[in-house]
Ligand binder design. Structure first.
Ligand code: NDP
Length: 284
């Protein structure tokens, strides 16, 4: 049989670590598959998807800015991905494209692996973009007892809160302003940064002052470069339990690998290449 192909469709894609992670996983499991990144503009998306079918790609990852727009071009969608309203993984079964969301399940797996179960707990999510959306559905679906969506742009937080209606306890939408957000953060069991604040090269930024955090709280930063953001460092110094975004990146990739191959993903190999690539990017 010829070499199987898996694509990453996004814009831009040059900085993605997924090709490195997935190709290492294919090599480690002895699978004759290759993962290739393609820069696809929004107007080019339908043709790119038709290309996946025409060229017999096994599947694809979909990233910014296509995760929502891709849905209308698919032949089928997994119910959880449909609820979330975003697809990051596609499987091609003989020309039939099915969409999945492994961001949400990957986030949840990394959270549980670290030892936190959201059931009955209060969570605050900072941000209301695509990543925040996956996290919010994951936490609400896992039975959290309270949920706050805080975003720089209030309107966007409101939209996400409305999308969650029925799936979770009432969701509060607010801005990142101290008056509104601080009391919510102080009573939270879990605080998740799903904004891009703190991401290299803006490592000095934090989405909220660490002084609002208390010992014993869990703080999860979706930003994975640097591996320990300023927020996580300060939270750790205050006695919080901290989780880096590397886990979500790894487990969304592991779940996608399994969807394409039907095999368990070599998560240790995948985690190791990610960690090394991020560390090397700082040493350079
Ligand atoms: P989006 O562009 O969809 O959303 C960006 C979010 O960040 C918005 O809520 C935006 O607020 C907010 N934001 C941007 N800059 C600032 C700032 N300076 N201060 C406060 N808020 C800010 O991006 P994504 O949701 O796709 O990604 C968000 C972050 O999550 C990125 O850092 C990304 O790398 C990371 N991520 C990690 C993943 C993982 O696997 N670990 C997976 C996906 C994403 P506003 O609405 O007001 O503009």
């Amino acid at each position: 049989a010829s070499t199987g192909l898996v694509a990453l469709l996004g814009y831009p894609v040059e900085h993605s670590l997924s090709p490195l992670m997935q190709n290492a996983a294919f090599a480690a499991t002895g699978l004759d598959l290759v993962y290739l990144a393609f820069a696809v503009t929004p107007s080019g998306l339908p043709a790119a998807l038709a290309g996946l079918k025409a060229l017999g790609f096994r599947g694809a990852n979909i990233t910014v800015p296509h995760k929502e727009a891709v849905i209308k071009y698919l032949d089928a969608i997994d119910p959880a991905a449909a609820r979330i309203g975003a697809v990051n993984t596609i499987v091609n079964n003989d020309g039939r494209l099915t969409g999945y969301n492994t961001d949400a399940s990957g986030f949840l797996r990394s959270l549980q692996e670290a030892g936190f179960n959201p059931a009955g707990k209060k969570a605050v999510i900072l941000g209301a973009g695509g990543a925040a959306r996956a996290v919010a559905f994951a936490v609400a679906g896992a039975g959290c007892a309270g949920l706050t969506i805080a975003n720089r742009t209030l309107e966007r937080a409101g939209h996400l809160a409305a999308a969650l209606a029925g799936l979770s306890p009432p969701v509060k939408a607010c801005t990142l302003e101290e008056e509104e957000l601080r009391p919510r953060v102080e009573e939270a069991d879990l605080v998740v940064n799903a904004t891009s604040a703190g991401m290299a090269p803006m490592e000095g930024a934090v989405p909220l002052p660490a002084a609002w955090l208390n010992a014993g709280q869990w703080v999860y930063d979706l930003v994975y470069n640097p591996l320990e953001t300023k927020l996580l460092r300060e939270a750790r110094q205050r006695g919080c339990r901290v989780i880096s975004g590397l886990g979500m990146l790894l487990y969304q990739g592991a779940a996608a690998f399994t969807l394409w191959t039907g095999k368990a993903a070599p998560v240790e190999v995948m985690g190791e290449v990610l960690r090394k690539a991020i560390q090397d990017s700082h040493a350079a």
